[in-house]
Ligand binder design. Structure first.
Ligand code: F3S
Length: 390
């Protein structure tokens, strides 16, 4: 890879140890993937924030980088393993909380904005079309590339930190237009009316088209919450980091020859696959983290009701604060449901505490089954609330 004079100095250690280590990570990645140069990024989003995933070795790495590393571009974090303020209410142990707060402290020392969310684009880390960025969270990467028209690979935790501390990323794969072109047309032959329809679509595309980049046709309209939940699902079940929807998403693409169809029975099949429980003891919505509009819908749906089971609504702190101003938080909490800020049902240490999860998110089903061995019910918000209140 060709490095500029400044980049060579960074690699030699002139800007300190953390920058040197970061450049070693980025140049090694660039060499492996055949990048010719490093490019500047406008923002970074770092995953691997939960102490549950990092453990002691991860915390040590962060503390080492925080000794002299400072973020050069706007950087936010993915969800942590707990609500950073009200962790007790979610049943988190003091030992875990102590370690998690050390992780956050290390990021804070690096000048990272310690807001922990998988929907940074809802709280000010929202790139413009054409911006190059270095994000890690798979659903956010897919949303940024596809819906916002930004350019990012799916970074690992260490490479995202390296980009934050240098403002650089190696130019390969999805930073180049030639690698963002559709490979299969996915003709949707059935209306998409609910969030679970969109979640099921992501699963069905994974089943029928595998990892090929999809150009989806036949969809008349899509609001941002639908695209948010779809990005999470297609990233999870089709490994997608980008998709195109004709007439809706902003990127230009070639029209591939290969074509598949998704009909009503394909969505029904996916929904059936995503449900394997008849009873649950935890209900969770907000995967990816809720928008303000979703918080309003949830508040209205819970008004006057009492939940009898653990019920988490996962959201960023900024959206929670806005929802509080509008009175949504009060209504939600009056029902007994818990607002799980800064965290989510996948990265919090929930294994062994619950057996069955009901959720409107196909991605949450994947992690609930894989990480926590939950049985699952995949259903829309009204059914989630029915489950919680009966
Ligand atoms: Fe976000 Fe957690 Fe879902 S990180 S996308 S709420 S699994």
């Amino acid at each position: 890879m060709k490095l500029t004079k400044e980049e060579q100095e960074m690699l030699s250690g002139k800007q300190g140890n953390a920058v040197k280590k970061s450049m070693e990570i980025l140049t090694a990645l660039g060499d492996i993937f055949g990048a010719e140069r490093l490019i500047d990024v406008k923002s970074v989003q770092i995953a691997g924030v939960s102490y549950h995933n990092l453990e002691e070795a991860g915390l040590e790495f962060l503390e080492e980088m925080a000794k002299d590393g400072k973020a050069k571009v706007f950087t936010t974090l993915n969800p942590a393993g707990m609500d950073l303020k009200e962790w007790q209410k979610l049943g988190i142990s003091p030992e875990f909380a102590e370690k998690q707060l050390k992780v956050i402290e290390a990021f804070s020392k690096m000048g990272v904005k310690t807001t922990c969310t998988c929907t940074p684009y809802l709280i000010g880390n929202r790139p413009k079309k054409g911006d190059h960025i270095a994000w890690s969270e798979s659903s956010a990467v897919c949303f940024a590339n596809s819906v916002l028209g930004a350019y990012t690979n799916r970074e690992g935790g260490p490479s995202a930190i390296a980009s934050a501390l240098t403002g650089k990323t190696p130019e390969f794969d999805l930073h180049l237009d030639k690698n963002r072109q559709a490979q299969v047309i996915v003709e949707v032959k059935t209306p998409l009316k609910t969030l679970t329809d969109w979640g099921a679509l992501g699963h069905a595309i994974g089943e029928k088209a595998g990892k090929k980049i999809a150009l989806i046709t036949g969809v008349k309209k899509a609001d941002e919450d639908s695209l948010k939940i779809f990005s999470a699902s297609i990233a999870t079940y089709a490994g997608a980091a980008i998709f195109h929807i004709e007439g809706i998403t902003p990127n230009k693409t070639v029209k591939p020859k290969e074509r598949i169809e998704i009909a009503a029975q394909d969505l029904a099949k996916s929904k059936a696959f995503l449900t394997d429980a008849s009873e649950v003891d935890i209900i969770a919505v907000g995967c990816p983290h809720c928008s303000l509009a979703e918080m309003e819908t949830i508040a209205k749906a819970l008004e006057g009701k009492k939940v009898k089971k653990e019920f988490w609504i996962c959201v960023s702190r900024e959206i929670k604060d806005k929802a509080a101003e509008k009175g949504f938080v009060k209504k939600i909490e009056a029902s007994g449901a818990k607002i799980a800020c800064d965290t989510c049902m996948a990265v919090a240490p929930l294994k062994g505490r619950f057996k069955g999860l009901a959720t409107n998110s196909a991605k949450a089903i994947f992690y609930g089954r894989g990480k926590n061995s939950f049985k699952t019910i995949f259903c829309d918000l009204d059914k989630c609330i029915e489950e919680a209140t009966r």
